[in-house]
Design a protein around this ligand. Structure first.
Ligand code: DQA
Length: 152
């Protein structure tokens, strides 16, 4: 039996506050609930999934560096505020040859101008924003097809 392809989901700063953080923008689901939905979807698609959240730029960078040696086939990342600020996190994801999708819960283009620029979008396979937690599930479905098209 072949091993399930490994996908990592990375959540950036303040996403551990989901559920109580500005619910009119981010909804009422907690990060645990979102991770549970992600894990169920991954199980249905026979993917090995790991979800990781950090409020620290360096921790996210080091996690990305570990992805190659961990045989990660695809990354789904919501860099949160680092989307708009972090050249270092961009350089980290550019340094590993792993395709990724950028996800945002909110539609960043309908919000403040400083959220309209992303340091990740031009490197990403795709960008999903405004779908709420559903965006992560769409990204994982895409990843499943992208890394193993023969599995349907
Ligand atoms: C976010 C959008 C970012 O602008 C913001 O800083 C976040 C969350 C989103 O998921 O909508 O923290 O990435």
């Amino acid at each position: 039996m072949s091993l399930s392809p490994r996908i990592w989901v990375l959540h950036g700063p303040n996403l551990n506050r989901l559920g109580t953080r500005e619910p009119e923008i981010y909804g009422s689901a907690t990060l645990n609930q979102i991770n549970q939905m992600i894990e169920e979807k991954a199980k249905a698609l026979d993917l090995a999934i790991d979800c990781f959240q950090s409020n620290h730029e360096g921790a996210l960078i080091e996690r990305i560096h570990q992805a190659e040696q961990s045989a990660v086939k695809f990354i789904v990342i919501n860099p949160a505020a680092f989307t708009h600020t972090s050249v270092a996190l961009r350089d980290a994801i550019a340094s590993v040859a792993i395709p990724f999708v950028e996800v945002h819960l909110s539609n960043v283009h309908r919000r403040e101008a400083f959220r309209h620029h992303s340091y990740f979008s031009d490197l990403a396979e795709a960008v999903i924003c405004g779908l709420g937690p559903q965006g992560y599930l769409a990204a994982i479905e895409f990843a499943a097809r992208r890394i193993a098209p023969h599995r349907g």
